[in-house]
Design a protein around this ligand. Sequence first.
Ligand SMILES: O=P(O)(O)OC[C@H]1O[C@](O)(COP(=O)(O)O)[C@@H](O)[C@@H]1O
Length: 336
Amino acid sequence: MRRELAIEISRVTEAAALAAYKWVGRGDKNIADGAAVEAMRHILNQIDIDGEIVIGEGEIDDAPMLYIGEHVGSGAGDAVDIAVDPIEGTRMTAMGQSNAVAVIAVAEKGMFLKAPDMYMEKLIVGPDAKDAIDLNRSLEQNLKAIAFALGKPLNKLTCATLAKPRHDKAIKEMQGLGVRVFAIPDGDVAASVMACMPDSEVDLLYCIGGAPEGVISAAVVRALDGNMQARLLPRPLVKEPTEENIRIGEEEVARCEALGIKVKEVLTLEMLAQNDNVIFSATGITKGDLLEGVAINGRLATTETLLIRGKSRTVRRIRSTHYLDRKDQALKDIIF
Ligand SMILES: O=P(O)(O)OC[C@H]1O[C@](O)(COP(=O)(O)O)[C@@H](O)[C@@H]1O
């Protein structure tokens, strides 16, 4: 992938964040998501790539834009696979809460696992603990191995997770071992980035979240030389085993089988993102632990973007000032 593509990709998440901002705190996550999707697609189609969405907004039947299999870009240039989450934290956006981001990951063709939209158990660490994780072992064994690799006692270890009832037991267990737990309401991609960033106080991420978010996280883990292991979990193993959830679970297993993936089997980082020639871009929508949110003052908007290019392992923080009246008309129609 040509080097300049990274900068062009950062414009995609900037546009999505600006579009989402209009809907921050307005209570409708679907409208917010729709605006971010439209903005993302608009900019993607201006870029010289032969891109295919492999992690997106769903199948063609239920997602009019950025559906899985959709081709984006001018068709000229690098053939790439693209994983998008136009709003990672739709509920936070709708409720005006912190930590919502727009994210995208781009890789060479065929490098991302085409994971179905189901739950995924994820364990992520940064470079210094990359050899310490094994999802076949217990959480306690993993925490001890990570602490040992980092040369610190368990009570100096910090784990990010999602504050969901399904994690109550794990959170209690970790806290019982003395581990400090940051349980955020939503948004495990940003937390995954923090687990791998050299200047972050988060040592690991452990949670059950979305598989699409897991693949996007794998891209950034790859780029930052961390490690990740994961397991796809059918819905009844995560939610109440109601009739509906059992039916969904059976569909998920069938999807996985069709893709040649075994549910509940440990997936390594190499299976999730096959090499580190990836581009990852995230722009803050609302202010968060990782990024500043969008701020608009009259015709001026500022955004903060984290842009990571795996090949060179360059991490850029880009603070942009946008003169909104100079944007092209199609983008203005989405943003205003
Ligand atoms: O809301 P659930 O079902 O617990 O799913 C968890 C997933 O939802 C999120 O918290 C938010 O995702 P969206 O905003 O894209 O829906 C993800 O970060 C996480 O992986």
